[in-house]
Ligand binder design. Structure first.
Ligand SMILES: [Ca+2]
Ligand SMILES: [Ca+2]
Length: 496
């Protein structure tokens, strides 16, 4: 026993140099200014001595306190093996610490340094008389920044932004954050390229004070290969829910876009622009945009894929333009047209979709060249269109008076769409349906693969008949203790 204790102690002593001497620092909102220790915390954000904070250190803010002397401007950075953490977890108060800089500081949180991890705060955007934002990740760093469980709560009366990102990096993570009451939600500055992850964020109830293209999430005019926007819920926006115009290499998956504001709404998810290519939109739900706004809009981009999405209550379910775009296994219900292809686009594939448009399931225009097949048309007995277009594969299309969907747009047990699709090589091997199920055997038509039971290599799963609410809810998130699992079950955050 003694020997074991000695060995453990020895091991800990040996490990200490590798771990470094990480220090905990404390800052209260008000009171007598101290030396930053827990016993004598700094008082007010302006009194934080950033010269003392070293890589690996943690700065704690106090729950239930409101910091309003200025914004939190991070004054130093960490390194790749020792991030600096700022977390709102100190004291016995309740609620996330609130930072409300008023007109003292333009940004409630400003990050100019790399290897910064910020957790569990509530931010009211600052205001310089012209603009302001909750968070600014500036181009002074390279985007190695994690923002987790932070809520930006605007006041619904100013043209402010939620989270402004001026630098991207594969280590950029915006997770379990909420934004409301601002004009924009999460905005990667135009022409700022690079990867990153925006996941589990809820963006809602934006302030719409003027007619402008405000978007829920925006990543435009840059090569964003490796950027993933995942499991986010966007509503109450004007402009687009998610706007990738001019962006390339972006994956949007598991997002829900719905119920925009009454302002000048453009559409749900926009991917496109003449230089835009290789975007993926999959397993998303877009609904209640109203009759003149497309659910998903290719908008001239090329070589992108929209798959396993559900769209209802929109203008056209999917607007397709641009060449070589793919539309596989979507369920497009109760919109103007299910899919509308603008004129003169070639190399387009439209397969395995359920189409039930009020004014036509699939509408093509002059000069279009579309490879179809294995689609289920509910309202029409043929493809509609104008001018001269080419549509191949129609012999394998299914015409049904009813695709027999459940109230949640899943396939009923007697749906004609079950096992009526075609396997698309290079796509179905790794595809997941709207519920996250793998596609086993012959694919079903539409966004739902109906299998009573399926095995993921570790355990059995039941077919789901309800579309799950996707994001982890940031408002109940505290201190980042919930693990976030990717689709393979791996923890994408290094939390235990
Ligand atoms: Ca837009
Ligand atoms: Ca399913």
């Amino acid at each position: 026993m003694k020997r074991a204790f000695f060995l453990v102690t020895l091991m800990m002593l040996l490990l200490l140099p590798a771990m470094g001497w990480a220090t905990d620092w404390y800052c209260a909102a008000t009171g007598t200014n101290g030396d930053g220790t827990e016993a004598n915390p700094w008082a007010g954000l302006s009194n934080i001595d950033w010269n003392l904070i070293q890589p690996g250190d943690t700065l704690h803010l106090y729950r239930g306190q409101t910091y309003n002397d200025q914004g939190l401007t991070i004054g130093t950075g960490g390194n790749s093996s020792a991030w600096i953490t700022i977390i709102g977890d100190a004291g016995a108060g309740t609620g996330k610490p609130i930072i409300n800089p008023g007109t003292t500081t333009r940004y409630a949180l400003r990050v100019d340094y790399d290897y910064i991890d910020v957790r569990n705060l509530q931010l009211v955007p600052g205001w310089n008389g012209t603009s302001g934002a909750g968070i600014k990740i500036s181009s002074s760093c390279t985007g190695k920044v994690r923002i987790i469980g932070v809520d930006v709560v605007g006041t619904n009366d100013k043209k402010t932004a939620g989270i402004l990102i001026g630098a991207c990096d594969p280590l950029l993570l915006i997770d379990r954050c909420t934004v409301s009451g601002t004009s924009w939600g999460i905005n990667i500055a135009d022409n700022v390229a690079g990867a990153g992850t925006i996941s589990n964020c809820v963006l809602h109830d934006f302030y719409i004070g003027e007619t402008e293209d405000y978007d829920g999430i925006r990543a435009r005019y840059a090569d964003h290969t490796g950027l993933v926007i995942e499991n986010c819920d966007v509503s109450g926006f004007q402009g687009d829910g998610i706007d990738l115009f001019g962006g390339s290499g972006i994956t949007v998956k598991g997002c829900v876009v719905h119920d925009p504001s009454a302002g000048s709404v453009q559409g749900g998810i926009k991917l496109g622009g003449t230089d835009s290519t290789n975007n993926v939109v999959t397993r998303c739900i877009v609904y209640n945009l109203g009759s003149s706004h497309p659910g998903i809009n290719f908008n001239t981009g090329s070589s992108s894929t929209v798959s396993y999405c559900l769209v209802y209550g929109c203008g056209n379910g999917i607007n397709v333009s641009g060449n070589d775009n793919k539309v596989y296994n979507n369920t497009l219900i109760g919109s103007d047209h299910g899919i509308y292809v603008l004129a003169s686009y070639t190399g387009i594939e439209i397969k395995n979709n359920i189409l039930s448009g009020i004014n036509g399931d699939l509408y093509l225009n002059d000069g279009d060249n579309v490879e179809g097949g294995y689609n289920c048309f509910v309202n029409d007995s043929s493809v509609m269109g104008s001018g001269t277009y080419t549509y191949t594969g129609d012999a394998t299309d299914l015409y049904a008076t009813d695709s027999l969907l459940t109230p949640t747009y899943h396939l009923s047990h007697n749906s004609p769409c079950i096992n009526a699709g075609t396997t698309i090589s290079g796509f179905h091997e790794t595809a997941l349906d709207i519920d996250g199920q793998p596609i086993l055997g012959t694919p079903d038509i539409g966004c739902d693969e109906r299998k009573a039971l399926w095995w993921d290599g570790r355990r059995w799963h039941m077919q789901k008949l309800m579309v799950e609410y996707r994001p982890h809810n940031s408002s109940v998130q505290d201190e980042g203790t919930n693990d976030i699992l990717d689709e393979s079950g791996s923890n994408i955050l290094d939390e235990s």
